[in-house]
Design a binder for this molecule. Structure first.
Ligand code: DGT
Ligand code: CA
Ligand code: CA
Ligand code: ZN
Length: 583
């Protein structure tokens, strides 16, 4: 049986946690935690050590833990873990994350009040039962209840825009502090993932400045709780429950640390493997030569100034952070210098926006002016279609009225700016669009979107989309899955098939840039690239401010490997008009 390093680390960490709760010797417990950390950051496969019986060569792994690991690899169980699991109910492991509540008190509360769930504990803190226990009191009870509330909030991930709202002010504040020689955001935020667990910030500073920088960080006005303060890392929680980790490294370690803490973990694993194949060792402290025993030789650091340099040492070109997900980027950048990914500055027009004709907040003219102010050269207005009564969908009469208004505005703008006549047509349950053909063909373009019956089973939903994609009047498919991030799952679809079909029928699939959606999901990027799918980075704006969501879409498009050429709204207004006419 083959196990992974991460898996064995998880088991060892579980033993550590359960031992604390069982009141076992603290040092014995900590040994398991240390071993877990070591194995997690190990460069090689743990199975090699097991096969060669060399586990005890790993620093911090003694005979007894080596035996436990071997037993797990052979039988899938560890004796000490099994007996601990019988003693300690699963629910209370989570209690260890409550700040201000140690293992001894956890055991006391669990035994005396006979509760195991987090919610039960919160209740017991609020109704005085916890306060009545020896050595706890009302103050502790309140603190625990508050901690649980934060924990329950922080358990969830947050959207990209929410994370940026927190990271932005803290980053700006830190950047100006004396002693900061380098600073960047790392983690999933630098990779522009659609949801974020916690915010990671990295600073390069001299050793003598580290303390005062951490002081300033934990004193920031957004901080409501300090979760930890160490020599190289401090973590805080903001009032909306988000965690921010600040790490400070020496200036010369900054590039390697930035690479490491940008992740993703999966990307890092491959990089470390490549380093070893080249007789090198890559970690958060830098790039080093391996010695004859295959260990990191910290005395022999390799020179580098930037992430680019480090990639060069691994025979790779610089990989943009958005792509670092181990989704084929590494093989690509072995051979190629650049993927020519779309950039914010490439976007020339706004497609997919609503006006007061349906559920938008501003008139067409106001939306157009907002586009002009932002330097765009066209606006594709797309109000809702007639079936969408809840969103003020447009009757045929209303459409004709809107067309007249658009014609008039276009005359005023002349060659400076153009409004395209579009519609966001509902895809009805049989896949047809929401108007007769003679109306559909008079629009400059049609976005086809599903707004009801999102939970249809896959075969029915696929038929619905197949019909809509093949419809010659469909130019763009809107928010394909209909998901609302962290709120509602999207429809059950075979996206690979739909992407192939769309490419074949010259239909684009939008990347909806609204941070609640970010749909098409970037994970389908490889398929889209393979078949040459066109996309359009659409704000789905219901207000002027909504237009400013476009950058989120750009970063998601980059994650999905879209070049400028495959993004419709990087085209000029004349080119877009041509594309609409031909698709
Ligand atoms: P998140 O916070 O869940 O949205 O995702 P990340 O990617 O920001 O993850 P986080 O905050 O746990 O760690 C930041 C980066 O640090 C992560 O992307 C890679 C690196 N890192 C952290 N822990 C480990 C580890 O145990 N092994 C490796 N290889 N890298 C790690
Ligand atoms: Ca993170
Ligand atoms: Ca983190
Ligand atoms: Zn829509």
């Amino acid at each position: 049986m083959s196990i992974t390093n991460a898996e064995i680390a998880d088991r060892l960490r579980e033993i550590y946690q359960l031992m604390q709760l069982a009141g076992e010797n603290r040092f014995r417990a900590i040994a398991f935690d240390r071993a877990a950390q070591t194995i997690e950051s190990l460069n090689d496969d743990i199975n090699e050590y097991i096969e060669n019986d060399t586990l005890t060569n790993i620093k911090g792994i003694g005979d007894s833990i080596a035996e436990d690991i071997t037993s797990y690899a052979k039988t899938g169980t560890i004796e000490v873990l099994e007996s601990l699991r019988e003693q300690i109910p699963e629910g209370i492991i989570k209690w260890l994350e409550i700040s201000g509540l140690g293992p001894k008190n956890i055991a006391k509360i669990h035994q005396q009040l006979d509760i195991t769930e987090l919610d039960e504990l919160k209740e017991a803190c609020q109704d005085g039962r916890v306060a009545s226990l020896d050595g706890l009191g009302e103050k502790s009870a309140q603190k625990i209840a508050k901690s649980i509330e934060w924990m329950q909030q922080f358990d969830q991930r947050c959207r990209l825009d929410e994370a940026l709202d927190i990271a932005g002010p803290i980053y700006d504040f830190l950047k100006k502090l004396e002693g900061v020689e380098a600073i960047d955001v790392a983690g999933s935020l630098r990779r522009y993932k659609e949801t974020i667990g916690d915010v990671d910030i990295l600073i390069g500073a001299k050793e003598e400045d580290i303390d005062q920088l951490f002081d300033a960080f934990v004193d920031h006005e957004l901080v409501v709780e300090v979760l930890g303060r160490g020599e190289t890392k401090s973590s805080i929680r903001t009032e909306n429950g988000r965690q921010v980790d600040l790490r400070i490294v020496k200036p010369e370690q900054f590039a390697a640390a930035l690479m490491y803490f940008t992740g993703s973990k999966e990307h890092n694993v491959v990089l470390r493997q490549r380093a070893r194949e080249r007789g090198l060792s890559l970690n958060e402290y830098g790039l080093f030569k391996l010695n004859d025993e295959g260990d990191t030789n910290f005395e022999k650091p390799i020179d580098y100034d930037s992430e680019s340099d480090i990639y060069q040492h691994l025979d790779l070109n610089f990989i943009p952070p958005e792509l670092r997900e181990d989704h084929g980027e590494i093989t690509f950048y072995e051979e190629n210098e650049s993927m020519n990914l779309v950039e914010e500055g490439d976007i020339r027009g706004v497609i997919h926006a609503h006006s007061t004709y349906s559920d938008g907040k501003f008139s067409i003219k106001e939306m157009a002016e907002a586009c002009i102010e932002r330097g765009y050269e066209y606006l594709g207005i797309t109000d809702h279609s007639q079936t969408a009564a809840y969103a003020g969908g447009l009757s045929v009469d209303k459409i004709k009225e809107q067309w007249e208004e658009v014609d008039q505005l276009n005359e005023e703008y002349g060659s400076d700016f153009r409004i395209f006549k579009g519609i966001e047509s509902d895809i009805l349950s049989d896949g047809s669009l929401d108007y007769e053909n003679e109306i559909l063909e008079s629009f400059d373009f049609v976005i086809a979107s599903v707004h009801n019956g999102l939970g249809m089973n896959r075969p029915k939903m696929m038929n619905r989309f197949r019909t809509a994609i093949k419809n010659p009047f469909t130019s763009i498919v809107g928010h394909p899955t209909g998901r609302l991030l962290l709120k509602r799952d999207g429809s059950d679809l075979d996206m690979n098939e739909l992407i192939e079909l769309a490419a074949k029928h010259n239909t684009a699939i939008e990347i909806n840039a609204n941070p609640h959606r970010l749909d098409l999901d970037w994970r389908h990027g490889n398929k889209a690239k393979e078949v040459g799918l066109m996309s359009s980075i659409n704000p789905d704006a219901h207000s002027k401010k909504g237009i400013d969501h476009i950058p989120y879409g750009v970063h998601i498009a980059r994650k999905a490997k879209f070049e400028k050429e495959r993004i419709l709204n990087t085209k000029s207004k004349d080119e877009v008009a041509k594309w609409f006419a031909s698709s």
